[in-house]
Ligand binder design. Structure first.
Ligand code: EPZ
Length: 427
């Protein structure tokens, strides 16, 4: 099992290329199921989760070609011969986002058999809203032997447009229902829709494929169903969470110093994160597709509560906790999206942090320094938090179980080593 070995205390300086967004790539790859014509994607990140969803799609009969030899950022998807509209437990259990095949399979083929995704480290993660919305569109859905069996309702040749208000804001729920609605008969209104940039990126691809969607970027999406969608070309939006992760890596370096130019970034999708990092004392300059961050003094502790976009993203909470651990002052962080997303806290405390949890709030007293130790990754963003802490900790930190990290970051240790970090992957 791979581990990362980090010797802390190295200043960071140089350029980092930001990859395409994992959480846009996953629904966008599933959207290729909605047409029998080729869909060409670029700026695709080379991640474990992307490889998993491609495996699931290929098992159904979707053809995947990488037109440029040894460049996995450009892919052509051909769903003209889907013979098995199913997603097996073996693959779905490794990645909950596989649920995103349900909407497109049902919309185009009128039947789908998708394993119920299990929970995961950060929470139960139910999919009741996905199912509620599809039923509102007339789908017949039963759950047996751990599988969701879905089909058009009795006597229906397609899903029916409906007015849907989800009980809470759900990112993949919005994406699943959006992909189902584009081929439904009639008009669908999705109220309380998620506004994350990755939802917008999916919607923009669907419009390029011939879908009729209005209200993109707002919490009310209106979709006029069409009979067929055609192929399209699309560049996946830059990963705002990878970008924020490297900005936190800079901030935690404090007086050791950091000076990073993040390229191919989308600062306009990071307002809440940029505001909090400026409050922490990180100098941040931005352009259309780049962010220049610098620091030369100890960061200041920042408090925040996570919430849906455009507010502070839950996927940045663990990374900020690492920075707060050695920042000047105390901070309160409240996690409102997931019920168990503080598993990085006990690992950060092993590095010398002073964090106490009360319900869904973590109180941190900044300490002068962390000291390296062996720590264990538990989920994707917790892994990133431990790497960030290791960059600043005195001595050697070993981060175990970094398969969690590889799910959502494209060779993070190489990108950090290229800007001065003493970090390497060991067996
Ligand atoms: C997406 O997960 C992201 N994953 C997550 O990123 C992200 O943390 C999350 O949105 C919140 O922003 C992808 O986009 C692939 P939700 P998702 O449905 O869609 C509850 C990462 O680190 N809920 O918006 O699964 C749910 O339990 C990952 O990249 C229901 O109760 O999250 C949670 O409390 C982690 N029933 C809240 O809503 C449902 O049917 C928000 O979940 C759906 C959701």
């Amino acid at each position: 099992m791979d581990k990362l070995r980090i010797l802390g205390g190295q200043a960071l300086a140089g350029e980092i290329q930001i990859a395409g967004a994992k959480n846009a790539a996953l629904p966008i790859l599933c959207a290729a199921l909605l047409t029998d014509q080729p869909v060409q994607l670029s700026n695709l990140p080379d991640l474990q989760d992307v490889r998993t969803i491609l495996k699931i799609l290929m098992q159904m009969g979707l053809k995947v070609t990488f037109p440029k030899p040894d460049d996995r950022s450009v892919v052509i998807l051909d769903a003209s011969d889907i013979h098995t509209p199913e997603a097996s437990y073996e693959l779905v259990k490794t990645m909950r986002a596989s649920i995103l095949v349900l909407g497109p399979l049902l919309a185009r083929f009128g039947r789908a058999k998708v394993s119920l995704p299990g929970g995961c480290a950060i929470g139960a993660r139910p999919v009741d809203q996905h199912i509620k919305g599809l039923k509102a569109m007339g789908a017949a859905i039963s759950i047996e032997h751990g599988y969701i069996q879905a089909s058009f309702g009795e006597g229906h040749k397609a899903l029916q447009g409906a007015k849907i208000v989800t009980d809470m804001i759900t990112v993949t729920g919005t994406e699943n229902l959006l992909m189902a609605a584009v081929l439904a008969q009639g008009k669908t209104v999705l109220e309380n829709a998620a506004r994350e940039p990755e939802v917008t990126d999916l919607a923009e691809l669907l419009v390029k494929m011939g879908a009729k969607i209005s209200g993109i970027g707002t919490d009310k999406l209106v979709i006029e169903g069409v009979a067929k969608l055609h192929g399209a070309q699309h560049a996946v939006i830059a990963d705002r969470i990878e970008t924020g992760t490297f900005m936190c890596a800079a901030a935690i370096m404090g007086e050791t110093g950091a000076d990073l130019l993040l390229k191919n970034a989308r600062p306009d999708t990071l307002d809440a994160v940029i505001e909090k990092l400026r409050e922490a004392g990180l100098s941040i300059k931005t352009g259309d597709n780049w962010i220049h961050v610098q620091i030369k003094q100890r960061p200041k502790a920042v408090s925040f509560r996570t919430s849906e976009y455009p507010a502070f993203p839950t996927d940045m909470q663990a990374q900020f906790m690492a920075m707060n651990a050695i920042a000047q002052g105390s901070s309160r962080v409240t996690e409102t999206i997931f019920e168990n997303r503080f598993m990085h806290v006990q690992e950060l405390n092993r590095l010398g942090a002073q964090i106490a949890i009360e319900g869904n709030t973590a109180m941190t007293e900044g300490v002068n320094h962390l000291s390296g130790a062996i720590v264990m990754a538990t989920d994707l963003r917790a892994s990133a938090s431990l790497v960030i802490a290791g960059l600043a900790a005195q001595g050697e930190t070993i981060v175990d179980r970094i398969y969690h990290l590889d799910r959502g970051y494209d060779r993070m240790e190489r990108k950090l080593a290229a800007v001065g970090a003493n970090i390497s992957r060991i067996q």
